[in-house]
Design a protein around this ligand. Structure first.
Ligand code: BMA
Length: 327
C-alpha cells in the first residue's frame, strides 16, 4: 500500500471552540477514555450515548468498557447521568462499544459493536428512556459500524454496515461499506456493496460507516471513516506502534434508493490536526464520527471521537456538505 502523506480537513468544517465537548473529567464514575459517541435529538434534548473505556489514564491501563449517557440543551454543554446506561457482559460477550443512535418512529434505536469470544458482531437495541434497552439482533461475525436510517424506505428498515472479509480480500485490512434491509430489524438481507475502499482517495485500507444518515432534499447525507496505514509511523499514543490514521469523509445517497451513492467527497471532511486529535491520546490521529444532527438553520453538528480519548464537535453548513459530495 502507498503511504498517503499529509491530509488536511475541508475548509467547510469548523471545530467547536469548546472541544473536547466531553472528556473523562466530566464523568461521575470510573472513566478514562470517553469517545465514539452516538448522538440524537430526542424529546426536546440532545442525547449522547458515549463509549467509556475505564481504568487509569495516569497508568495508561484499561480494564473494561461501558456506555454512558449525557444530555444537553444546546448540543455543546453536556450533563452526564450518574450511572452508565448500557453494558453487555457474559461468558461469551466481552463488551459492547461504539454506539450510534437513530430516532425512528418516536423510539431510539442504538447500533453498537460487540466483541465476543467468537468474533465481532453488530448489535441493534431499542429504548424509550435510555434505562431499559431491548436487544433486537446481533449480526453474524465479523461485522460492525452499523448505522440505521431514520425512516423505513419502501417499507423496509435500512442499515449501513462494515463486514470484515479477511479470507477473500487478502491480507491487511481492505474492508468496505455495505448496505442491507430488514422487515423487522431482526432479519437482515438484500445485502449489497455500497462503497468500496478503493473509491476513497484518502484511504489505503478499510473504510466504514460513521453517523446515521440525515435526510436532505438532495439525498441522504452520511459520514464515514477512512483509514490509511503508513508502516513508517511509530509511536502515536499508548501503544509502541500505531501506524493508522482515521479521517472522516462524507457521501450522499439517493433519497429513494439508498443503495445508490450519488457522490462522495474526494478529500477528507475532517483529518486529524487539532492538538486533541494528534497528541496525548490513547491512539493519536483518530477521528471517528458517530453522530450527526441537521439543525433547522442548516447547520450540521458532527460529533466524533478524537484520538480514542475524548468526544468532539465540528459544524458545517448542509449546503457545503452536499456540494462536497458533488451534489
Ligand atoms: C476501530 C474501532 C474504533 C476505534 C478505532 C481506532 O477499529 O475499534 O472503536 O476508534 O479502531 O482505534
Amino acid at each position: 500500500m502507498n503511504p498517503l502523506g499529509p491530509l488536511v480537513s475541508s475548509p467547510v468544517i469548523t471545530r467547536h471552540p469548546a472541544n473536547p465537548v466531553l472528556a473523562a473529567a466530566a464523568v461521575p464514575y470510573p472513566a478514562a477514555l470517553i469517545f465514539n459517541a452516538g448522538v440524537c435529538y430526542y424529546q426536546g434534548r440532545y442525547v449522547m450515548v458515549f463509549r467509556n473505556d475505564y481504568g487509569s489514564l495516569a497508568e495508561q491501563k484499561l480494564v473494561g468498557t461501558n456506555l454512558g449517557l449525557a444530555t444537553s440543551a444546546d448540543g455543546v454543554e453536556w450533563e452526564v447521568s450518574p450511572r452508565p446506561c448500557f453494558e453487555l457482559h457474559s461468558d461469551e460477550i466481552l463488551r459492547a462499544y461504539d454506539p450510534r443512535l437513530t430516532v425512528l418512529d418516536g423510539r431510539v434505536y442504538m447500533c453498537f459493536a460487540v466483541d465476543t469470544r467468537h468474533g465481532l458482531r453488530g448489535g441493534i437495541a431499542v429504548t424509550d428512556d435510555f434505562e431499559e434497552f431491548e436487544v433486537l439482533s446481533l449480526s453474524a461475525p465479523d461485522n460492525r459500524n452499523m448505522v440505521l436510517f431514520p425512516e423505513r424506505l419502501g417499507g423496509q428498515y435500512v442499515r449501513l454496515e462494515r463486514p470484515f472479509p479477511v479470507y477473500s480480500r487478502g491480507s491487511g485490512e481492505q474492508f468496505d461499506i455495505w448496505i442491507s434491509d430488514s422487515p423487522d430489524l431482526r432479519y437482515w438481507g438484500h445485502t449489497e456493496l455500497l462503497l468500496g475502499g478503493e473509491q476513497v482517495p484518502f484511504a489505503n485500507a478499510k473504510i466504514g460507516p460513521g453517523a446515521p444518515p440525515v435526510k436532505t432534499a438532495a439525498g441522504w447525507l452520511t459520514t464515514f471513516h477512512a483509514v490509511d496505514i503508513d508502516p513508517a509511523r511509530g509511536k502515536h499514543g499508548w501503544e509502541a506502534k500505531w501506524t493508522k490514521r482515521y479521517t472522516a469523509g462524507i457521501m450522499l445517497l439517493d433519497l429513494d434508493d439508498p443503495y445508490r451513492v450519488k457522490g462522495c467527497s474526494a478529500a477528507p471532511l475532517l483529518a486529524p490536526e487539532a492538538p486533541y486529535e494528534v497528541d496525548g491520546g490513547f491512539r493519536n490521529n483518530v477521528i471517528f464520527p458517530g453522530g450527526m444532527i441537521l439543525e433547522p438553520s442548516g447547520e450540521v453538528k458532527i460529533y466524533y471521537g478524537a484520538a480514542d480519548t475524548v468526544e468532539c464537535l465540528a459544524t458545517a453548513d448542509v449546503a457545503d456538505l452536499i456540494r462536497l459530495c458533488g451534489g
